[in-house]
Design a protein around this ligand. Structure first.
Ligand code: 3PG
Ligand code: MG
Length: 396
């Protein structure tokens, strides 16, 4: 089945329920990053420009089925209005009289945001009655939120069975960028997988070894692989219970002809503290009292050299404790290599996951990657090769 897009769909004068992901990061009561809002703007402008009455649905944080004032979408709706440059009506509930009144007041081209869908227990339960109440408020459903499509919730999945439903433009772009990496990539294709824990990325590694030509592993999860191979990793973070599975991943990679690149040297310190004295060791010489906190310069050079040979790359997870300088150096250097190859037109690069986006932002190369996904869990589940319910229901 093919993804149903908005091409040729008449929206003028119609009430379009637009599922967005307005779950923006908030620090000290302020929106810390506007990316998710900015990516939604073209879709709203297209619908509004064609005379649709745009009704934005979203969750915000995890209020667990009841109204939590600090998790109101009201400030986010205000920020959306500012970004959009036009007034955005806000309804204090996503169903019932507040929603109905706000929607009834919309003229063609107007925009409303309804309060957090997760204030109702029916949302996460994908309750049919709640989905019917939401669906009854619109004529067409559009999902432009890939990042929440791994959730089979009423506003992502249930509702799509009840109305003519389509993928929004950002969803479409995201699925195309992802398909270009794993479904029909240009070879050689590699994955850089980092982060702290192998245990959270087992399914993903298992899927990738059968699909990519090269797997580059960094971050604390590399320590688990090294230890599983009998290396001494000193006091480094690692997961001994994952050694058998790490060995199995390596065996499967070998059988599939997937080259695995593990760190050959490391930046170490007694603890992950900013500005602390560091020492670099070859991987076979890590002292018992040292902690591996970043990939070393030899590993950086090796990865940078491999990157120049690739056509396609997918990246999830930092390669060291990048939040704590100087342990950001390895991730930043590799990010620069990826950005350079992408700029040169040699590489199609896709990165995703919260920490990965922060690391690329920190390296100042966010705009130099072919596609950066703001999705966390959905991006990981997609890397695992799983069907995302919110995408499947749109024919994708
Ligand atoms: C996200 O931020 O990853 C999405 O908005 C999904 O949020 P959730 O993990 O609370 O479902
Ligand atoms: Mg979250």
């Amino acid at each position: 089945m093919a993804l149903r897009t908005l091409d040729g769909v008449a929206v003028a004068g119609r009430r379009v329920l637009l599922r967005a992901d307005l779950n923006v990061p908030v620090h000290d009561g302020r929106i810390a990053d506007l990316t998710r809002i900015e990516r939604l703007l073209p879709m709203i402008r297209e619908l509004s420009g064609k005379g649709a009455r745009v009704i934005v649905l979203s969750h915000f944080d995890r209020p667990k089925g009841k109204p939590v004032p600090s998790m109101s979408l009201a400030p986010v709706a205000a920020a959306l209005g500012v970004a959009l440059g036009r007034p955005v009506r806000f309804a204090a509930d996503c169903i019932g009289p507040p929603a109905q009144q706000a929607i009834a007041a919309l003229a063609d081209g107007d925009v409303a945001v309804l309060e957090n869908t997760r204030f109702h227990p029916g949302e996460e339960k994908n309750d049919p009655d709640f989905a019917r109440q939401l669906a009854g408020q619109g004529d067409i459903f559009v999902n432009d939120a890939f990042s929440v499509s791994h959730r089979a919730h009423a506003s992502t999945e249930g509702i799509a069975h009840l109305l003519p439903s389509y993928a929004g433009r950002a969803m479409q772009a995201e699925l195309e960028a992802l398909a270009a990496v794993l479904t029909a990539p240009q070879h050689p294709v590699a994955a850089i997988i980092g982060g702290a824990k192998v245990s959270t990325k087992l399914a993903l590694l298992g899927n990738l070894v059968g699909r990519v030509d090269m797997l580059m592993i960094g971050g604390a999860m590399a320590n688990t692989f090294l230890a599983a191979q009998g290396r001494n990793v000193g006091r480094s973070l690692q997961e001994p219970e994952c050694h058998p599975i790490a060995r199995e991943v390596l065996q499967r990679a070998a059988a599939a002809g997937c080259k695995v690149v593990l760190p050959s040297d490391a930046v170490t310190a007694p603890e992950p503290k900013a500005g602390i004295q560091t020492r670099i060791f070859p991987i076979e010489e890590i002292p018992p009292d040292a902690m591996i906190l970043d990939i070393g310069p030899r590993t950086v050079s090796a990865l940078a050299a491999e990157i120049t040979t690739l056509r396609t790359l997918v990246w999830n997870g930092p390669l060291g404790a990048f939040e704590t300088p100087p342990f950001d150096a390895g991730t930043t250097a590799v990010a620069h290599a990826v950005a350079a190859a992408t700029r040169a037109g040699q590489l199609h690069s896709v990165a995703g996951g919260g920490d990965t986006v922060s690391a690329l932002h920190h390296a100042a190369v966010l705009g130099q990657i072919s596609y950066v996904s703001t999705a966390g869990g959905a991006f990981l589940e997609w890397l695992e090769g799983r069907t995302l319910p919110g995408v499947a229901v749109l024919g994708g």
